[in-house]
Design a protein around this ligand. Structure first.
Ligand code: PLP
Length: 457
């Protein structure tokens, strides 16, 4: 049973795909349009698709649709296929595990793969104290469990989050998001005792880390009171909110305040973690050692898995039987996650993330000199964004320009490039590619982006 963990891959179906873009039909093509009609009859309208091209195969940084178009993927399923689509060692590990055991339920009869993932998370999350982990299925479920554990540990009720945060779509996490629409509108009533504190947004607030932290702390002390605050949840680099990189010392100042007042500080690394930013966890960029770290998206190469990892004494406050769930830590997802950790090391993926940052930001800086619609370039590693504003308003209002983002995304899609939007006002264009994204593909995408910016007029 244990031999699969360190064994070389025994199943390696190679479905490799040429790493170039190719558009052979109109977008969406006829077969995608046909599938879309079928979908409209049976898939709930609340589930929408940003680009309704139906994908048949994916490899590396390329998606192939049912009409034979090849798309350069700057979304990676929102930062999930960080090691690359169908990375062969991940495919092989999952395939091997499927033959051995698909499910037992760890809370009935456990298995080694779950333990190994917990060991890897303990070794790679920031902080060199004793750590423990619980595995669950989704990011939102990790957030829910982080809050549960923090409340049990502190005996306190209140939960604080930051402005522009995104934490998921369950009832509690809907209350934790900044944006009501589309995540929460009409879906209430929502969980109470959730407080939204000001964040650090250097492009718009102009505050240094200490000033921004002082503003956040003043809010928490005034509106909540430290004595009632169980936890403060923060994304080290905000994802859906628009890739805001906080000012230096913002997060560490908040952590020091939390520690002083017995508040559990939780890093939501669901989008920023697992090598995405050139570190295993983005918290490392800021010298932040959170009490608890939440992982999901990139952890298992595309299989559903999520985790809460943190200080053993906090994690162990939950009583036996208090944590779990039927599919949490599924063996196949765990086997894939082990392969992801190995792939990050073996393929030097932290360096690949830094390479992507260099190539992408250099190109974006060149474009920003020519197009004043680009107000800000920010991010780390393979988590880079541009914030678009109405030209001429840069100095004062920095008026958001969601129309420009929409036009660029559409222009690029027609040419075989998948870009994603983000941002509280929808005015952020984010680049969240897999670490298999080559410099050649980035340069190609920058050329298309140049044309898209020129076409804005
Ligand atoms: C995606 C995301 C979540 C929610 O994860 P799901 O797996 O979609 O539930 C939570 N926090 C952040 C920062 C995310 O990017």
């Amino acid at each position: 049973m244990t031999d699969t963990i360190d064994a070389q891959p025994t199943v390696a179906p190679i479905h490799s795909v040429e790493q170039t873009r190719k558009v052979v039909t109109e977008i969406p093509g006829p077969k995608s349009r046909e599938l879309h009609e079928r979908r409209r009859a049976v898939v709930a309208d609340g589930v929408s698709s940003a680009l309704p091209v139906y994908i048949e195969r994916a490899n590396g940084a390329i998606l192939v649709d049912v009409d034979g178009n090849r798309f350069v993927d700057f979304g990676a399923g929102i930062g999930v296929t960080t090691v690359g689509h169908t990375e062969q060692s991940v495919v092989a590990a999952a395939a091997d595990q499927l033959q051995d055991v698909i499910h037992t339920l760890f809370t009935i009869t456990p298995y080694e793969e779950y333990v190994r993932v917990a060991e890897l998370l303990a070794a790679h999350t920031p902080g060199d104290w004793a750590k423990k982990t619980v595995l669950v299925n989704s990011g939102a479920e990790a957030v829910e469990n982080g809050v549960k554990i923090a409340r049990k540990h502190t005996g306190r009720r209140a939960v604080a989050v930051l402005d522009h945060a995104y934490h998921g779509r369950t009832n509690l996490t809907m209350a934790m998001n900044y944006k009501a629409h589309p995540y929460a509108t009409g879906f209430g009533p929502f969980a109470g005792d959730v407080y939204h504190a000001p964040n650090s947004y250097p492009y718009r607030d102009g505050l240094d880390g200490h000033e921004a932290a002082a503003r956040t702390i003043a809010y928490l002390e005034k509106v909540v009171g430290a004595a009632d605050l169980a936890c403060l949840v923060a994304e080290p680099i905000q994802g859906e909110g628009g890739f805001m990189v906080p000012a230096d010392e913002y997060l560490t100042t908040l952590q020091a305040w939390c520690t002083e007042h017995g508040v559990v500080m939780i890093a939501d690394e669901i989008q920023s973690g697992m090598a995405r930013t050139g570190r295993f966890f983005a918290s490392e960029h800021f010298g932040w050692q959170p009490d608890l770290v939440l992982s999901a998206k990139g952890i298992a190469g595309g299989l559903p898995l999520a985790a809460v990892t943190g200080r053993a004494e906090i994690m162990d406050s939950a009583h036996a039987g208090g944590l779990g769930g039927t599919f949490g830590g599924n063996p196949v997802a765990c086997a894939a996650a082990i392969a992801v950790f190995e792939s990050i090391e073996r393929n030097g993926l932290l360096q690949e993330a830094e390479r992507i940052e260099r190539t992408l930001t250099a190109g974006l800086e060149r474009l920003a000199k020519r197009y004043d619609v680009i107000g800000d370039i920010r991010g780390k590693g393979a988590m880079i964004a541009i914030e678009l504003i109405q030209p001429g308003t840069a100095v004062t209002a920095k008026q958001p320009n969601p129309e420009a983002v929409g036009a660029i995304v559409e222009f690029a899609a027609q040419r075989g490039i998948l870009f994603l939007s983000a941002g509280t006002w929808g005015n952020v264009l984010r680049f969240l590619p897999s670490l298999a994204m080559t410099d050649a593909l980035i340069e190609d995408a920058l050329t298309v982006l140049d044309d898209a910016l020129a076409a804005l007029g």
